[in-house]
Write a protein that binds this ligand. Structure first.
Ligand code: FES
Length: 178
C-alpha cells in the first residue's frame, strides 16, 4: 500500500473519531439539559410570600423556585441585556406565555426549575454587583438574573427552565399545568 493511501486512511479514521466525539458531545449536551417537567400538577400557596423572598418546593424530583420579586427587582431587570447570552429567551425553555423580559405570567412572581442549565447544580440567591440580586451557580460560576436569564460570563448558555404553571387568584401557583 502506498504511503499516500496510508496517510489518507489515517486522515479518514481521525475525521471519523472527531465526528463521533462531536456527536457524542452534542447528545450529552441535549440529554443533560433540564427539560420542563410535566404532569401531576402541584398547587402551592404563595399569598404569604413576601417581596424578595424565594420559596423552594420539590416536584417530580426537582427543586422548583417561586420568587416574589419586589417592585425594585422588577424595575432592575432591564439595562444590561448586552451582558446576557439569551436576553429574549429565544434558545431557552419556558412556556410561550413566559417568553417576555420577566419570563413569567405575572411580573412579581417568577417560577423556575432551580437547576443550572450547564450541568444541573443548584444556583444560590445572593446579592451581586450594585446590590442587584442574582442566582450564582457555585461549581462553575454561571450567573443568572432574577428572571433566570444567564449572563455570558459562565459556561451555561441557556436561561433557567421555566416549567408550565398557572395562577389561581393572587395567592396560588399551580405547577405543571397551564
Ligand atoms: Fe452551573 Fe456548571 S453546573 S455552572
Amino acid at each position: 500500500m502506498s504511503a499516500d493511501r496510508v496517510d489518507r486512511r489515517r486522515l479518514y479514521l481521525a475525521g471519523g473519531i472527531c465526528a463521533l466525539g462531536a456527536g457524542f458531545g452534542a447528545a450529552w449536551y441535549v440529554t443533560t439539559q433540564p427539560q420542563p417537567p410535566a404532569g401531576s400538577p402541584l398547587p402551592v400557596e404563595v399569598g404569604d410570600l413576601a417581596p424578595g423572598r424565594l420559596r423552594t418546593i420539590e416536584w417530580k424530583g426537582r427543586s422548583v423556585w417561586i420568587l416574589r420579586r419586589s417592585a425594585d427587582e422588577i424595575a432592575g431587570l432591564a439595562g444590561y441585556e448586552s451582558e446576557l447570552a439569551d436576553p429574549a429567551s429565544l434558545h431557552s425553555l419556558q412556556p410561550e406565555a413566559c417568553r417576555n423580559p420577566h419570563r413569567s405570567l405575572r411580573p412579581e412572581l417568577f417560577v423556575a426549575v432551580g437547576q443550572c442549565t450547564h450541568q444541573g447544580c443548584p444556583p444560590a440567591l445572593r446579592s451581586g454587583a450594585g446590590n442587584r440580586s442574582e442566582f450564582l451557580c457555585p461549581c462553575h460560576t454561571s450567573k443568572f438574573d432574577l428572571a433566570g436569564r444567564v449572563f455570558r460570563m459562565g459556561p451555561a448558555t441557556a436561561n433557567l427552565v421555566v416549567p408550565e404553571y398557572r395562577l389561581e387568584g393572587a395567592g396560588r401557583v399551580v405547577i405543571g399545568e397551564s
